[in-house]
Design a protein. Structure first.
Length: 730
């Protein structure tokens, strides 16, 4: 549906005339606003318990990020199958270091601490304690193993197992690590350093399971920005109601999808929260902006809302459809986590759209004009909703569009230089922010024990091939040791320790060499474990990038071309948005380095690409649709100036909301989540303040009316062969 033309000249008093008969949706919403409001309240109350239980349905095991065909996936599946219904095991490792060499007194202290940790063995309670008297806890802390000394005599350590049922892995790890840290804290001092690390400590220190802080932070950001934008003690409540309803709906549907077998990770749920809050607030701001504009031109709120929905809903719906289509392209990913993120993100956007085009209009119709108090919009002169800042920017861009476009492209090119600093780091320890005990302890172990000791491989050999597989592994270059371990799923198990850093290029080369050797001499053998998981994840990420990036760009290009009935303008939007992604990733890489992050996981650039490209085109659709609406009558130059001046303020505010909500991810203690949030925030701001507001208008003005090619433009700007929509004088 083509929006009607805007024929009101800035500064001229509007003469309201009858709008075309509103559609069924608008008429139904006017008539049933109270039932719509009551229906959303009932739905929110009924869905809240199910929505609140989403965190228990997340899947963060190794298999979540792996393609089904990867060897390490098979190993993870065998382990999960063997442990199904049984306690899951993590390790806590206590390491002691004295740089000048451990003394006899140090060794006695270490042995004493080992006995103290063994004394904690038993059911784990809550609050960092171990339940007394055999009371049922959330898991079990096992007895500490023997003390192992480093070859240089400066370090020693011991490990203990933490077992827990899958429903509460994070809680059990956290409680066990707190108990162990409290038990050994007194031994540090006088040159002897002690740290508690291991997989359980990494899980405890990453702490992404509890996302209440993220939700509260994001809501506070949205609230503050809405108060600043509307300067009203009441108006901010209405979009926030729709946002909360959308969040409950999205989480409930996602919980159902997880129950049906979709892989939903903690990262996906974090992205769901900020995506719903950001997009929902964006849609609300765009609708309220147009509604307030129409209130100045129509005698009743019902008429104003009818026009606002008629003009806004097609564009907002098309923008949401573009994002949803881009997200669903992720179903072609090999990674289960990335594949699962597609439907989760699509559900988030659809929930936001449903809430803000039904619940929000119903609330606004109930409260009427007083909802805007103290700045109540009255029937007055048009042009009140223009942004002076963006109107001035538009005039300056229009004077010399080609040089302005060149300068904007040059700035983006400079930002892309930061891509040279982009570094991939799949080490799980690098995913923990700051320097907690798990990070410090891992570095202490790496400095005094073989590099692969902290992250061994798991070799599973089929029956009859155990001896051959173990011998082949031991003969592989850069393998330090091969030792038997517990069998898994009918396979004989061996722990393989590499003599090179397990998560670097040399470690990955060793894994590839080992697998190739085993294929020849012990067919059916499998290599898994942390380094193998990350190696397979890295390979899957490269494949997904090659497939998904062109697919997403092609889908977006087709949708925008259909919406605008043009090819040139959509090409400009897609190319500039892709360039904005590259510049954003470059700037973000520099920022990550400044924050002390060692690198980015291999699959995360694709996460960032999907969101930045989809959301970037989303904002451009809002702008170009308004340019097209005005330009049908007045031409490309007037349409660009008017479109930028009218939409500039609200879209910039919407971009700030979206950027701020994604930036809230940086508060979570997990580095990959923080990196995704920072990159998307940087990208949205770059797109909002430079690409959409300067580069795209400059490009459209430089090309002229040809941007609508291959549409043939008539005298009134309507594409030839397309029936003009009714457009009353305003």
């Amino acid at each position: 549906m083509q929006p009607a033309a805007d024929t009101t000249e800035p500064g001229r008093t509007a003469v309201p005339q009858r709008e075309p008969t509103p559609g069924r949706f608008v008429r139904a919403l006017r008539r049933w606003r109270w039932p719509v409001l009551a229906g959303w309240v009932v739905a929110a109350v009924l869905l809240f318990p199910y929505s609140n239980g989403l965190s228990s349905a997340t899947h963060d095991t190794a298999a979540a990020n792996l393609p089904s065909s990867a060897p390490s996936t098979r190993v993870a599946e065998l382990q999960e199958s063997a442990e199904r219904g049984q306690p899951h095991s993590d390790q806590v490792t206590v390491v002691f270091v004295r740089d000048t060499g451990l003394t006899a007194a140090d060794l006695r202290t270490i042995e004493s601490e080992r006995e103290a940790v063994t004394g904690l063995a038993g059911p784990i309670g809550s609050g960092g304690s171990v339940s007394a008297g055999g009371a049922a806890g959330r898991g079990d802390l096992g007895a500490a193993g023997p003390v192992q000394r480093s070859a240089d005599g400066t370090a020693a350590g011991f490990t203990a197992d933490v077992t827990a049922y899958p429903a509460d892995l994070t809680g059990s790890d956290t409680d066990a690590v707190k108990a162990v840290r409290a038990a050994v804290a007194g031994s540090a001092g006088d040159g002897l350093r002690v740290a508690v690390t291991g997989s359980a400590a990494v899980t405890a220190d990453s702490g992404i399971g509890n996302q209440s802080t993220l939700l509260l932070t994001s809501l506070a950001i949205v609230l503050i920005i809405l108060l600043i934008v509307y300067r009203s003690p009441l108006l901010w409540v209405f979009p926030l109601l729709g946002t909360l309803a959308a969040l409950i709906l999205a989480k409930a549907v996602t919980h159902a999808l997880a129950g049906a077998g979709l892989t939903v990770t903690s990262l996906s749920t974090a992205i769901l929260t900020v995506l719903v809050l950001g997009t929902s607030t964006d849609y609300a701001m765009l609708l309220i902006h147009r509604y307030r504009e129409e209130l100045r031109l129509h005698p009743t709120p019902a008429e104003a809302m009818g026009v606002a929905l008629r003009r806004t809903l097609p564009v907002v719906g098309a923008s949401a459809a573009t994002v949803v289509a881009a997200m669903l392209c992720l179903l072609a990913a090999q990674s289960a986590a990335l594949r699962g993120l597609g439907p989760v993100a699509a559900v988030s956007v659809v929930s936001a759209l449903l809430a803000q085009v039904t619940l929000l209009p119903a609330v606004l119709l109930v409260v009427g004009r007083p909802g805007f108090w103290p700045s109540v919009p009255r029937r007055a002169a048009a042009g009140r909703d223009e942004s002076r800042i963006w109107a001035a920017v538009g005039r300056r861009v229009a004077r010399r569009p080609l040089p302005v476009a060149g300068a904007a492209l040059a700035l983006l090119g400079v930002a892309c230089v930061g891509l040279a600093t982009l570094h991939t780091d799949n080490d799980p320890v690098a995913a923990v922010k700051g320097h907690p005990g798990s990070v410090t302890g891992a570095r202490m172990l790496a400095g005094h024990f073989p590099p692969g000791a902290t992250a061994p491989l798991l070799l599973l050999a089929p029956p009859g091939e155990a001896g051959t597989a173990a011998a082949a592994a031991a003969a592989t270059a850069h393998v330090a040791s091969v030792s038997p371990t517990s069998p898994v799923g009918g396979y004989s198990g061996y722990t393989v320790v590499m003599s090179v850093p397990p998560y670097g290029a040399s470690g990955y080369a060793t894994i590839a060499d080992l697998r190739h050797r085993l294929e020849r001499v012990a067919p059916g053998s499998l290599i898994g474990g942390g380094p193998a998981v990350q190696y397979d994840t890295d390979r899957a990420a490269h494949r997904d990038a090659i497939v998904l990036i062109p697919l997403i760009l092609a889908v977006i290009l087709v949708i925008v071309s259909v919406l605008l009935r043009a090819i040139v303008a959509p090409l400009i939007l897609v190319v500039t948005t892709a360039l904005s992604f590259a510049a954003s990733l470059g700037l973000s890489s520099l920022l990550w380095r400044a924050l002390g992050f060692s690198g980015i996981e291999a699959q995360l650039p694709l996460y960032i690409f999907v969101f930045l490209v989809a959301l970037g085109v989303d904002y451009n659709i809002f702008l170009v649709a308004r340019i097209r609406e005005v330009g049908r009558r007045a031409g490309i130059r007037e349409g660009t100036l008017r479109g930028l001046s009218v939409t500039g303020g609200v879209i910039t505010a919407a971009g700030v909301v979206l950027a701020a909500t994604f930036a809230a991810l940086a508060r979570l203690p997990l580095v990959p989540v923080a990196e995704v949030g920072i990159a998307i925030a940087v990208g949205v701001l770059l797109d909002t303040l430079l690409v959409r507001t300067v580069l795209v208008p400059a490009g459209l003005l430089a090309i002229g009316e040809s941007v609508w090619w291959p549409s043939r433009v008539g005298r009134d700007g309507t594409p030839s062969g397309v029936r003009p929509a009714a457009s009353p004088a305003r």
